[in-house]
Design a binder for this molecule. Sequence first.
Ligand code: B12
Length: 240
Amino acid sequence: MMTNYKPSLDRLSQLITLLKDSACRRMTRQLLNMGTDPTLIMEVCQKSLIDIGRKYENGEYFIAGLIMAGDIMKQIIDMVLPYVKSPQRPQGRGRILIGTVAGDIHDLGKNMAGAMLTTYGYVVKDLGVDVRPESFLEETWHFQPHIVGLSSLMTSGHGALTQTVQLIRQQVPLPGRPVIFISGAMIIDSIKKRSGADHVVNNVAETVFLCERVMMDLKSRDKSKEPVKDGVGKDDQPTP
Ligand code: B12
């Protein structure tokens, strides 16, 4: 017999943890129809996926569980994103380069952050997954981002993360050097210190807030790197 549960974020969280994909879709639709804040839905998903990760670590779930969880998360993100209200701000608030570091193929969090930032008027260039430090550097020359956001979900990715941050810091002089964000499940403050990154971000709301703050700081500090409309730096030439 099927039990009808009242739509709630708690129930959605339970359904995700139980990997009930069609029930998750139904519950998400109901929550959206009720006017639930889409960012709250995303936060619940992120927390539930952390629980699933723990179950995987404990041997309660296997790799198939992670794959199903990733799939559910993707479906929910696709349903929720159209409900994120565009803040009616002009395009070209700033350029943001994102990607998942070498050796890591997790991309859901990065994609979600990229989609949110685009909605908020940023020009986002996504390098995809398993991106070598040199590729991040090369694209930093070409795209001239104000912010570089690195995603790394595994502890084994911390080496690649640190190398990427260090390479950009060493090769791109101030004042043109982008502000570097790092993010992902296993990112902790000690990694921020060790890697030399500027900020750690743990969820989309925090990411958007911090980007706004960074852009305000950069605008007041460095007038030569104004946000542009077409996604290409004012000076198209890569910095030597
Ligand atoms: C789903 C999942 C998968 C899916 C990924 C699907 C996909 N397309 O991404 C699949 C099945 C492919 C997978 C594979 C593996 N996984 Co996995 N996976 C997960 C799981 C359960 C959820 C990750 C997720 O999508 N979370 C939801 C998103 C929304 O959250 P998020 O990534 O944190 O992102 C948020 C913020 O961090 C931020 N953010 C994230 N990225 C970015 C980027 C930018 C630029 C910005 C600004 C912000 C930002 O915004 C996001 C939204 O709020 C995690 C558990 C966990 N604790 O997270 C394990 C986990 C990351 N996986 C793990 C492991 C071990 C693996 C495998 C090695 C398993 C295996 N034996 O093969 C492989 C790795 C393959 C590889 N080389 O990369 C471990 C890592 C453990 C460790 N200590 O390193 C975890 C932690 C599970 C665990 N507890 O053991 N996995």
